[in-house]
Design a protein around this ligand. Sequence first.
Ligand code: ARG
Ligand code: ZN
Length: 466
Amino acid sequence: RPARLRRRAVVATGLPVAVVAALAAAAGPAVAGTAGSPGVGDPYFTLAGNGGYDVRHYDLTLGYDTTSRHLDGRAVITSRATERLSRFHLDLSGLRVTGVTVDHAKASFRRDGQELVITPRKALRKGQEFRTTVTYEGTPRPVTDPDGSLDGWIPTDDGAFVAGEPQGAMTWFPANNHPKDKAAYDFAVTVPAGRTAVANGVFRGQKTSEGRTTFRWRQSEPMAAYLATATVGTFKVQQYTAPGGLRIYNAVDPREAAASAPVLKKLPSVIAWGSKLFGPYPFRAAGAIVDRAPQAGYALETQTRPVYDRAPDLPTLVHESAHQWFGNSVSLTSWKDIWLNEGFATYAEWLYAEQHGGETAQKAFDALYAEPASSELWAFPPADPGSGANIFGAPVYSRGAMALHQLRKAVGDRTFMRILRAWATDHHDGHGTTAQFVRLSERQSGKDLDGLFHTWIGTKGKPARP
Ligand code: ARG
Ligand code: ZN
């Protein structure tokens, strides 16, 4: 969650809206039917992801020197061709590629902006499973998002804060960089002894030799590339098994430890609360990474183990935890639908407060509704923020949550909770679209909700008082 949205009443402050990067269709003309496209067709990030194949698994072996900030990488990417491919793309920003093989045969490659264009020696058959190995090195640099924020590999004074929404995964590994294509991951990250490298999923052990420590992690449930992390720093590590058997791994910047402790202690109960409301917690591991990173200015729901740029407050912990269901297990197919992540995680904060002696969701709604018509809150429709520069704006978070509150009022509490739960379970480890959510809500409630959704997520401007 962006720091500027952390106080829910504050919505209209001057956010730095940078010019939207002109994402030209940079790649050359594709030979019909045989070359994978340079993007998956996302309206906001036209070069994000690539066509023609589906990644099954990333095996990332990384070495990071925290002093020189040099990264050495090897990515072994197991994919399945969805069409006959004479050539295909990966996304990679910066860094130097030293070699590419496809199924152990040397492949030729060229760089074209963020596109790594690979031509295997032999065309891949439709349906063929193939393994691409990319070796690379260099100093990773974060990308600047259309809203001016940084994402990807963000160096810190003792390592790197690694958070890739929406585009930053490609700053540290070659990826099919769009949430449409989820995959399993294995990580082996080597850092100077004394530093800790924290990635997603289950901790598989660490080993120190000759002054360097390798940390192994496994994310077995499918994950979108933007949710991958390999955050490096000097951390206090806490590992335990929560009641119910969930493995927790927390890594905390010692400078943030005292402030984090009381909130992090609540993680198991927040997850238990979410499981009761939204259905079983979708992953086999959990935890938190608290890494002081003033350059980032936000927290991200990196899968199983969110990264926080400072000690989180409880609403932020609830927000990033709710994303494990809404956004991580149920993924976007288009960045345009971002309210399905942020509106839901924000509404989860409201539900949590309401059920734990805080203010009611109605009160939160009313406080926002009091915003003047000129507020940024009403500047664009949550379900079509209009460009990548707006995907983390107040309409997406706050008005998205307001829309859910109106849905709740229209269908009643029981049906509303049934809808949220059905959404998380029906699309578990998969994807969902706004249209599917509207249909699900209508099916569960037996009501025509087109007007309601149109008003609350489909239009700009302040809706009439409900
Ligand atoms: N999805 C994150 C959250 O709401 C926010 C990420 C912001 N990223 C960015 N590049 N500004 O928890
Ligand atoms: Zn969020």
